[in-house]
Write a protein that binds this ligand. Structure first.
Ligand code: GLY
Length: 368
């Protein structure tokens, strides 16, 4: 299967997302034109380093690029001020300059942290995303959102900083645990739900084969990236349409925060529950048919994803506390919660007109 390219067209900040098999092994050849004689440094995590770092460094070495690496602990807790400081100081100690290249090798945590480190180092250094999870390939590596978490909430500290290149090797996804693959799939389903009913229908028919069939996987990743690129091109800094990419995230981020960003609930699982809740809320408000939330929940369940708050193991804060956590969402404007709701599958929109009673009723129903 050939490698496909999706161009993210942002004028001087344009870049290619290369999608296909064997890209990690080709990384040196892919990066060499960007790197030239410049220094290259890799930020990764310990789990990804054990699997993929040697292969990447060998590929870079074949292209004459020597690239030292810093492996941070794996997990959401790494998106912190202290790990960001470690990464920035390490890059400075390696004398990484503005035109040098930082490579983010890993999932969303590493991509977000490395991208933010690159954004603030010397007021902006170029970086390449090599996403190693499904979530990072279809969402977080594309579009230039970078950042870290605060005890006040997820991704509250950050910057827009577009990568110079994204290499999405779909073979790497076969090394993920089934749970991590499924969680990333929550973000793939999101694209169909927010803006493309035909893609959702394709996923209903084909998604069960994604983990094992490279052709299906490449199609799903390429289509998701193309949808994201289109949205980012029209609204790079989220003044409007880009907020649709947060379908399921207002609920999802609150649930992630309520579970302490732990293994109890992975980000993509929170998004899956959040998408189901967004459709439940939409149906309750008469915006979409009753069939739509049932179809969403049925597909998530078929893919082994949670779709209800009750699916989260352990105790959770009460509804008022959850609504309080939603109040830290970046979509909040003038203190009003804003939700991505839907008029049907593939027809999402943003609104702040959600009566609190309807929100409470949907939360209560999802806990039962
Ligand atoms: N992950 C949402 C966005 O990039 O806008």
């Amino acid at each position: 299967m050939s490698i496909e390219t999706v161009r993210v067209d942002l004028g001087a900040r344009s870049y290619d997302v290369r999608i296909g098999q064997g890209l990690l092994d080709r990384a040196g050849a892919e990066i060499t034109a960007l790197a030239g004689q410049r220094r290259v440094a890799i930020l990764t995590d310990e789990t990804v380093a054990a699997r993929h770092l040697a292969g990447l460094q060998e590929s870079l070495a074949r292209a004459g690029i020597e690239a030292p690496a810093l492996a941070l602990p794996a997990g959401e807790a790494t998106k912190s001020w202290s790990r960001l400081g470690d990464a920035v100081e390490w890059l400075l100690a390696r004398r990484i300059e503005r035109k040098d290249l930082v490579i983010a090798l890993g999932g969303g945590v590493i991509g977000d942290l490395a991208g933010f480190a690159a954004a603030i180092l010397r007021r902006g250094v170029r970086f390449v995303q090599i996403p190693t999870t499904l979530l990072a390939q279809v969402d977080s590596s594309v579009g230039g959102k970078t950042g870290i978490n605060s005890p006040h909430g997820k991704n509250l500290i950050g910057a827009f900083h577009q990568p110079a290149l994204v290499l999405a090797d779909i073979d790497v996804l076969t090394t993920l645990s089934p749970r991590d693959f499924r969680a990333g799939y929550g973000e793939v389903a999101k694209y169909g739900l927010l803006g493309d009913e035909d893609f959702f229908e394709w996923l209903e028919a084909n998604a069960a084969g994604l983990a094992s069939d490279a052709g299906l996987r490449q199609h799903a990743v390429r289509h998701s990236v193309a949808m994201k690129a289109g949205i980012v091109q029209r609204d790079e800094t989220e003044q409007g349409e880009r907020a649709l990419l947060n379908l399921g995230h207002t609920f999802g981020h609150a649930l992630e925060s309520a579970t302490g960003y732990s293994d109890r609930l992975l980000h993509g699982e929170g998004v899956a529950i959040g998408c189901a809740l967004a459709f439940e809320l939409s149906a309750r408000l008469g915006l979409c048919s009753q069939e739509a939330p049932s179809r969403v929940a049925a597909h998530l369940a078929a893919m082994g994803l949670p779709s209800r708050i009750a699916d989260i193991p352990g105790d959770l804060p009460d509804d008022e506390a959850l609504i309080g956590l939603m109040g830290q969402d970046k979509k909040v404007q003038d203190g009003r919660l804003r939700f991505v709701l839907a008029r049907g599958i593939g027809q999402a929109f943003v609104t702040d007109a959600v009566p609190p009673e309807a929100l409470r009723a949907v939360l209560a129903q999802s806990r039962a």
